[in-house]
Design a binder for this molecule. Structure first.
Ligand SMILES: Nc1ncnc2c1ncn2[C@@H]1O[C@H](COP(=O)(O)OP(=O)(O)OP(=O)(O)O)[C@@H](O)[C@H]1O
Ligand SMILES: [Mg+2]
Length: 497
C-alpha cells in the first residue's frame, strides 16, 4: 500500500500559466524516483536536486519507489519552480512533514537544501490568486513579487526552514507588501540639451501620443542625448500597465526584490549588435526579448543603420500588433510588446550628408545602401522623423529658455488624460475610424492640410500619419479641434521622407 501526498505548483510557458497538482506516490519496490506528466528537461533535472536537497537538509529520502505526477499531464512545464512542491510532497508522503502545504508552492532547490529564486513568480502567483488561492510559499527573493500582488507570501530560505514551518517548529510570518516605489532620478533632463527645439518638440509629441520617432543628423549633435531624455517626460505607468510590465520582467528574472512593481515606464536601449533572440525573445523555454521588456515604455535603437536589416525586420510584428509570438518546438509563446520606438541614425555612413558644417565623403550609392537598411515597412511605422542639426557654438554657451523635463511631463500627462477621455490610450493607436471620429479640423487647418497634400503628394497613409501627429499636438495645446498650428507642427515633424 503506497502513501500519497499532494501539493500545488504552477506551470509557466511564455506568459501562460496553469495550476499543477504535484502528486507523489511512495510504494514498495526498488529505490527509484520517476517524474511523469510531460515535464521539460529542466523539470527532469529536479530529480537529482530534490534527492540531494532532501538528504543534505537532514531528512530521509525513501529507499522505495517514488513516482511524481505533474497533472494535468498535457501542459508544457518549464524550469525549476517545481522542486519545492515535489520535495514537500515526498516529505509529506513519508510522514516527515506533519501538515499539508495549503497554498501555491514555488522554488528551486540547491543541492544543499537552500531555496533559490525562480523566474516568473509574478504570473504564477497571479494565476493562483485568480483561482482563489491567496497563500504562496515562495523563495525569499520572490516574496516581494508575491506580496506586491496582494498574496500572503511566506518566504522560505531553505527546505529545512520550510519543514520547520509546516511542522510548527518555527513559524514564518508573511512578508509585508513592499512600499510603492518612487520615480527614479533620470540621467538626462531636457535642460541638459541645448537648442534643438524641433527635436525636443518631437520628443514631447512622441511621449504624449505614443508616436514612434526617428532622429537623423550628423555626429555629435545630441541625438543620443535627446533620446535618453525621453524617460524623464513619460507619464507614470497606469496600475494595470505596471502589473503587465512587471510580469514580463518577472518572467525574464529581472525584478528588483525590494521594488517588485515597476513605477516608471521601462526604457530599453539594446546595442546594435543585439541578436534577433535578444531583441524579440525566444529560446527553449521561451524568454521575452527587449521588445517585451520595453512593453508600456520605450525602445531606443541608437545607430539604427548599424542593426542587421534581418533583425530590424522582426520589429514589424510588435510594431503592428503590440505583441510578439515566438514559435518553438515546445509550443508558441506570446508576449506583450507595445512600446514607443525611438531611433537615431546618421544620414549616411560618414554622417555628414546634408550637413552645412562639414563635407560628406560618401559615394551616392553608399548613401543609398545605407538608407535602404531601414526598410519601407519599418519607416512606415514611424510617425515622427526629424533632423537634428548642428547647434552653433554661441547657442551651446547660452542657457536661456530651456524647459525642465518636469514641466514638459505635466503637459504630456494632461494630453494623455485627454486621449483617455476620448477612450484611446494614445493617438498612435488611432485607426481610420478613430481618426474620423476624433480629428476635427478648423477651417484654416483644413486649408493648410489640403495644400500640403497637394504639394507633397501625400499618400493616404502619409495623410493619416499627419492627422495623428496633429491630434497629439492639439492635445498638448489643450484644443478639441485641430488648428492650423497643429497641422504645421505635424508637417515639421516629417522632414525626412
Ligand atoms: N544639443 C546639445 N546640447 C548639449 N550637449 C550636447 C548637444 N549636442 C551634443 N552635446 C554634447 O555632445 C555629446 C555627444 O552628443 P550625442 O552623443 O548625443 O551625439 P549624437 O548626435 O548621438 O552623435 P552620433 O551621431 O555620433 O551618435 C553629448 O554627450 C553632449 O555632451
Ligand atoms: Mg549617438
Amino acid at each position: 500500500m503506497g502513501a500519497v501526498a499532494k501539493t500545488l505548483g504552477c506551470a509557466l510557458w511564455g506568459l501562460e500559466t496553469a495550476l499543477v497538482t504535484v502528486e507523489v506516490d511512495v510504494a514498495n519496490g526498488l529505490p527509484h524516483l520517476a517524474i511523469v506528466g510531460l515535464p521539460d528537461t529542466a523539470v527532469q533535472e529536479a530529480r537529482e536536486r530534490v534527492r540531494a536537497a532532501i538528504r543534505n537538509a537532514g531528512f530521509e529520502f525513501p529507499l522505495r519507489r517514488v513516482t511524481v505526477n505533474l497533472a494535468p499531464a498535457e501542459r508544457r512545464k518549464e524550469g525549476a519552480g517545481f522542486d519545492l512542491p515535489i520535495a514537500l510532497a515526498i516529505l509529506r508522503a513519508t510522514g516527515q512533514l506533519r501538515t499539508d502545504p495549503d497554498g501555491l508552492c514555488l522554488g528551486e532547490l540547491a543541492l544543499d537544501g537552500a531555496i533559490r529564486p525562480v523566474r516568473g513568480a509574478m504570473p504564477r502567483v497571479r494565476r493562483a490568486m485568480a483561482s482563489g488561492i491567496t497563500r504562496a510559499y515562495v523563495p525569499v527573493e520572490n516574496a516581494g513579487e508575491a506580496a506586491a500582488l496582494g498574496a500572503e507570501a511566506i518566504p522560505f530560505a531553505s527546505l529545512r526552514a520550510a519543514v520547520d514551518h509546516f511542522n510548527g517548529v518555527a513559524t514564518i510570518v508573511p512578508v509585508a507588501p513592499p512600499p510603492p516605489g518612487r520615480m527614479p532620478q533620470w540621467p538626462v533632463d531636457l535642460t541638459d540639451v541645448v537648442g534643438q527645439e524641433t527635436p525636443k518638440r518631437a520628443l514631447e509629441i512622441a511621449a504624449a501620443g505614443g508616436h514612434n520617432l526617428l532622429f537623423i543628423g550628423p555626429p555629435g549633435t545630441g541625438k543620443t542625448l535627446l533620446a535618453r531624455a525621453l524617460p524623464s517626460i513619460l507619464p507614470p505607468l497606469e496600475p494595470d500597465e505596471a502589473i503587465e510590465a512587471s510580469t514580463v520582467h518577472s518572467v525574464a528574472g529581472l525584478i528588483d526584490p525590494d521594488r517588485p512593481l515597476l513605477v516608471a515606464r521601462p526604457f530599453r536601449a539594446p546595442h546594435h549588435t543585439a541578436s534577433r533572440l535578444a531583441l524579440v525573445g525566444g529560446g527553449t523555454p521561451p524568454r521575452p526579448g527587449e521588445v517585451s521588456l520595453a512593453h508600456a515604455g520605450a525602445l531606443f535603437l541608437d545607430e539604427l543603420g548599424e542593426f542587421q536589416p534581418s533583425v530590424l525586420d522582426t520589429l514589424r510584428e510588435p510594431l503592428e500588433e503590440g505583441a510578439i509570438t515566438i514559435s518553438r518546438a515546445g509550443g508558441a509563446a506570446t508576449y506583450p510588446a507595445r512600446f514607443v520606438l525611438v531611433a537615431a541614425m546618421n544620414p549616411c555612413p560618414c554622417g555628414h550628408h546634408g550637413d552645412p558644417g562639414a563635407e560628406c565623403t560618401c559615394l551616392p550609392d553608399a548613401i543609398e545602401r545605407y538608407r535602404a537598411r531601414i526598410s519601407g515597412p519599418l519607416l512606415d511605422r514611424i510617425d515622427l522623423r526629424v533632423h537634428v542639426p548642428r547647434v552653433p557654438y554661441d547657442r551651446l554657451r547660452s542657457d536661456d529658455g530651456r524647459e525642465p523635463s518636469a514641466v514638459v511631463r505635466e503637459r504630456v500627462c494632461a494630453a494623455r488624460s485627454r486621449m483617455l477621455g476620448r477612450g484611446v490610450r494614445t493617438n498612435a493607436e488611432l485607426g481610420i475610424a478613430g481618426l474620423k471620429r476624433d480629428c476635427r479640423l478648423d477651417a484654416d487647418a483644413d486649408a493648410l492640410l489640403a495644400d500640403a497634400m497637394r504639394r507633397r503628394r501625400l499618400s493616404a497613409r502619409g495623410y493619416h500619419r499627419l492627422l495623428r501627429v496633429a491630434r497629439t499636438a492639439a492635445d498638448l495645446d489643450g484644443h478639441d479641434r485641430i488648428a492650423a498650428d497643429d497641422v504645421a507642427t505635424a508637417l515639421l515633424m516629417r522632414a525626412v521622407p
